[in-house]
Design a protein around this ligand. Sequence first.
Ligand code: HEM
Length: 469
Amino acid sequence: MTQGAPFRLRPPAPPPRASPPDLFGFLSAARANPLTTWTRAHYEKPIVYGKGVMGRVLVVNDPAAIRHVLLDNAANYRKDDLQRRVLAPGLGEGLLTAEGEQWRLLRRTLAPLFNARNVTGFAPIMDEAARRLVARLLRREGRVRDAALEMTRVTLDVLERTIFTHGLDRDPDALSRAITRFFEAVGPIDPLDVLGLPDFLPRIGRIRARPAMRFFEEVVNELVGRRKALIEAGGNAPRDLLTLLLEARDPETGEPLDELSVRANIVTFIGAGHETTANALTWTLYLLARAPDALARLVAEVDAHVTDAPLDPATHARLPWLKAVIEEAMRLYPPVPFMSREALSEDRIAGIRVPAGTLVTIAPWVLHRHRTLWKDPEVFDPERFTPENRESIDRFAYLPFGAGPRVCIGQSFSMQEMMTVLARLVRSVSFELAPGCEVAPLHRVTLRPDTPVLMRMRARPDQAARGMT
Ligand code: HEM
């Protein structure tokens, strides 16, 4: 790993527990913030095997063993009920929650939507959304803003326009509000789910989320219906994700997706793509605001390569420090802090017998801070991810986007989006944390800050004269 790291920032994280909590302690900690359930052993041992409220649980931090579960023997591990129960109420049978043959069909049908050509084609939309963000931030300069809210706005803007091109005709903030409310309602992990109690027992979060879900469905139905009619009438449909979804064909059977599946996957792209990316952006800004050296190096890099010309992948290739900063931010604050699988039949993982039904958990939050895998794991040090150093990181020790056949389908989409947003922002805006703003990581479905990330943003004094957008 990196020698002589120049940055010594140790950003906030709950301290590991000395020993596991009892049942009541576990359930209340899991509801309040699951990050506080991890013990010292999890951060130090390659594998922790135990029996708890969730049955037999294996926490795997050994890269070779993770490779076995996510890649080599992936067919023996399905997304477990806990993960599906937490995600499925909002996302229906979309790609994220589907299993078995249904998942295979969806994955091969949807993979081309996110190929390099299509993602590159979205670059102008992302650039325009980033410019709109900068304009918004500079409209009332110097005002204290919640960076998390601003990052949520820009990621929704990108998703709305890459999926629907023209966005929603009605109140443009209504969709963002519904999505935010929905995730707030289903976000806390319900003790009934942890205990595996049957679905007919009502979960309070689900009940509260119903109006937001209904609103979602109405809007999406309307947009899908209109677009289908346009395509059928031979109209000139925009090349956005909605058109790509409606035109997608299973490469093996030539079949299109049915309408239910089109809807479920639109909601999945929004659900899986907006909060994850918004959180990664927010934590990156937060870390940069606290690490002036890393920020100064980034400003120099951006100023050397980013102009008013549209941002594209060729420009991104000239911004290795920006990429390293984002990757280090996702190491310390992985937007998906926890993944889990259930063993379908008996297996051996790193020599340990794993009976069928065992819950196998891979927690990027713990893995990325594991004492045996990272030097000074709590320290923010983007040097780890510069091109010279990155190769020494095991593929299965760093999993912000997962790995294996179920790796994130939106990985290059969101990397391109984050590079674009941050490059535009850093080029034009100076930002600092508001005095007294203290945030801590909170594990809901994703890893978010526990309070607004208050920042004062203004035009960079050295750029103002250039008349930035
Ligand atoms: C920083 C941003 C993002 C992060 C950190 C992230 C992370 C992840 C992770 C860890 C998984 C694997 C989960 C598992 O194996 O249990 C995943 C799957 C997925 N992600 Fe992302 N994601 C991001 C952005 C996006 C975007 C922008 C989209 C879509 C537009 C998206 C769509 C999906 C879908 C559909 C899956 C399920 C894939 C499958 O099961 O075949 N994600 N993501």
